[in-house]
Design a protein around this ligand. Structure first.
Ligand code: ATP
Ligand code: ATP
Ligand code: CA
Length: 217
């Protein structure tokens, strides 16, 4: 069990609180809005009606003692930036901040937030990726160029081949890291790993190579 502090109970922050609590973690939730706090008083471990831009508030909750702090104030850019700054200056670990604009991302990065989330933008990109490449079911960005994706074998040309025979690294510049079978069995990708129709391949490569590969596999 870990302990987290979530500042701001909008749609994003409240969803973070619910998921953390559901997974058995301790959560302190802070919001200026008494109504929001009332809604979460029986869900979060501890709730506080307070303005997080007031330095005394975060000092009192010992913000540096949490395993992670989520600044889920979005629209009020000034409050978001000020709060994140106070949280980081107080020595908090794993600071995640929600942003709504590109300028806000720049500032939050500069201040030193460990992770910045733009829920609407991130969800929009996922939807767009999924519409354009329905056969790639999940993308995880590994760097600016590289991604990790989940792709299902649909082309009978590859049915029954080992990864060595399929020659995917040479022909398509992708590496199969993991293969999951319909019967639930699984293995890491090696030269002698056999792939059959409907296997789920977990593939590493550039986004462009993965997209090309998804068209033929
Ligand atoms: P979402 O999209 O997640 O609903 P949002 O981007 O619309 O959020 P807001 O609704 O502006 O963001 O803020 C989220 C929550 O943060 C609100 O419940 C608001 O009361 C709270 N909040 C705003 N400023 C502060 C502050 N200084 N201290 C504590 N809580 C704050
Ligand atoms: P060994 O000596 O154990 O047979 P090797 O060094 O000859 O192995 P590897 O490089 O392991 O061969 O694999 C041979 C070929 O199999 C690679 O060139 C590649 O085409 C394919 N291969 C192996 N592992 C993967 C993988 N994870 N994803 C895709 N292709 C793979
Ligand atoms: Ca495709």
């Amino acid at each position: 069990m870990k302990s987290f502090c979530v500042i701001g109970l909008g749609r994003f922050g409240s969803s973070v609180v619910l998921s953390l609590v559901k997974n058995g973690h301790e959560v302190v939730a802070i919001d200026t809005d008494a109504k929001k706090i009332d809604d979460y008083k029986d869900i979060a471990t501890h709730v506080m009606i307070a303005d997080a831009t007031d330095e005394r508030v975060l000092k009192n909750v010992e913000i540096d003692k949490f395993d992670g702090v989520v600044v889920a104030i979005g629209k009020n850019v000034q409050a978001s930036i000020l709060t994140t700054m106070i949280v980081i200056e107080a020595g908090a670990k794993n600071v995640v901040a929600k942003a709504t604009t590109d300028v806000q991302i720049k500032v939050l990065t500069k201040i030193g937030a460990d992770k910045i989330i733009q829920p609407e933008k991130d969800a929009g990109e996922r939807v767009a990726d999924n519409l354009a490449h329905p056969d790639i079911s999940e993308y995880l960005d590994l760097s600016d160029d590289y991604s990790f994706a989940k792709i299902i074998v649909k082309n009978s040309k590859f049915n029954g081949l080992t990864l060595f025979q399929a020659n995917l690294t040479q022909d398509y510049h992708v590496n199969v890291a993991f293969v999951k079978k319909a019967d639930g069995s699984a293995s890491i990708g090696r030269h002698n790993t056999k792939i059959v129709l409907d296997d789920v391949l977990y593939v590493v490569g550039t986004k462009a190579d993965i997209e090309k590969f998804s068209e033929i596999i």
